[in-house]
Ligand binder design. Structure first.
Ligand SMILES: Cc1ncc(COP(=O)(O)O)c(C=O)c1O
Length: 405
């Protein structure tokens, strides 16, 4: 475990459940990306963890922001970024969202209807909006045929639309594609990026404005389960560099962007909870923990899916579910005898279970349990209002080892 046990124990004196984010691990992941992808600019996907200390830390390293709501635009402005570093891409933007964000972010239109509404609003505001289009390409993440999607504008539709449009208050200056998260195969990712570069050439051919950016979306995964093979970032970096070198001959000034959330923060976060009760029922031992489903929902969802799926390894469905063994449960106790137990939470629902028949040290009230991989899609996804429990706090350990709330 990379977290300092003393810090965990110290904070557990004050809080029964909390998140702990470690800045040194965030910075380490960022450095890896910068080193292996020198010709790419990274955007941090704020939706995965919008904690303000995390935002400040990531942006201080030169990342831009991938935001998915007008609210996230506000958060990112507060964290010090300017319009040119904020890319707002989400389906279903309302007219209000567009009005709120048009002057503070680069809007990525998700539909033709949205482009038309941006035009109307830009005209009313007497401005020319430089926007991107999110494209649903005619290829899939794995390189097969394109598929219907609620995200983006189909490639052929976009090409026809661009050829016919004569908007006065809009310039299309880039494209965005995002098809999937959590890929661990460098070859699949490299081919996907290469396909996007080719797509951007097809669209650029009909677009009157030169593209200033190509946003290739996310996709880089992390090892969650003990048996997962980490993404070979060195190989991916080399493959991307090769594709980009050729691309740069024709597009020397276009910014190439990749979005990333979990790659930099998921493993930098842990969730800490405490034993609040224990009991034996018909021979089964239950260890009751504070705020599990309602504090960090993903481990409970993994159990739920394991129960309902006929498959041994059900397919991931991000960001709610990665795999049934995506989290490690580490007790800060070495009491014996070891026991086989179910780890459950303190909610009035039988679905509040995070592990079944797991071997743990002997656990009793007050003992501390750590859940790993809690830096992304964790606090932001969890139903903390459920049952009016005291909510877990989010703590941030900075590079000087100071703990901030
Ligand atoms: C458009 C877009 N970009 C980036 C991300 C971030 O993905 P990840 O955290 O896997 O990097 C997501 C996640 O859902 C997304 O929808």
């Amino acid at each position: 475990m990379m977290f300092c046990k003393d810090i965990v124990k110290e904070q557990a004196e004050k809080y029964d459940s909390f998140y702990l984010y470690d800045e040194s691990q965030i910075v380490e992941q960022i450095q890896k990306l910068k080193e292996h992808f020198p010709d790419v600019w990274f955007l941090y996907s704020v939706k995965c963890n919008c904690n303000s200390s995390v935002l400040h830390s990531v942006f201080s390293q030169g990342f831009g922001a991938d935001v998915a709501s007008a609210g996230e635009v506000e958060r990112v402005l507060d964290a010090g970024l300017g319009k040119e570093s904020i890319y707002y891409s989400a389906p279903g933007k309302s007219t209000e969202d567009i009005k709120d964000a048009i002057q503070n972010s680069v809007l990525i239109a998700d539909s033709i209807d949205e482009v038309e509404r941006i035009q109307t609003i830009a005209e009313q505001m007497n401005m020319v909006a430089e926007i991107g289009l999110r494209i649903n390409p005619n290829f899939s993440f794995n390189g097969n045929q394109g598929m219907p999607s609620k995200f983006g504008i189909d490639e052929e539709q976009a090409i026809t639309f661009i050829k016919e449009q004569d908007f006065t208050n809009i310039k299309i200056t880039g494209i965005h594609v995002h098809l999937r998260c959590q890929e661990l195969n460098a070859d699949i990712l490299a081919t996907y990026y290469e396909n996007i570069l080719n797509l951007s050439k097809r669209i650029q051919e009909v677009n009157p404005e030169p593209f200033t950016f190509i946003n290739m979306g996310s996709g880089m995964g992390i090892p969650y389960a003990d048996g997962d093979t980490p993404l070979n970032i060195d190989k991916l970096g080399r493959l991307v560099h090769k594709s980009l070198s050729a691309f740069r001959d024709t597009f020397p000034n276009t910014k190439i962007m990749i979005e990333t959330g979990r790659f930099i923060v998921a493993k930098a976060g842990i969730y800490v909870t405490k034993v609040v009760d224990r009991k034996v029922s018909y021979g089964k031992t239950y260890i009751m923990l504070k705020n599990t489903l309602n504090g960090f929902i993903r481990p409970s969802l993994a159990r739920l899916i394991a129960h309902y799926s006929a498959e041994q390894s059900p397919k991931g469905s991000e960001p709610l579910f990665t795999s049934i063994d995506a989290f490690q449960f580490i007790a800060l106790s070495d009491k014996t005898p070891l026991e086989q137990v179910d780890l459950v939470g303190n909610l009035c629902t039988a679905t509040d279970v995070i592990a079944e028949d797991i071997t743990m040290p002997y656990l009793e009230c007050g003992d501390i349990l750590i859940i790993t991989n809690a830096g992304a899609y964790a606090a932001v996804l969890s139903p903390m209002q459920f049952s009016t429990q005291p909510q877990p706090v989010e703590l941030f350990v900075n590079l000087k080892h100071e703990v901030k709330i």
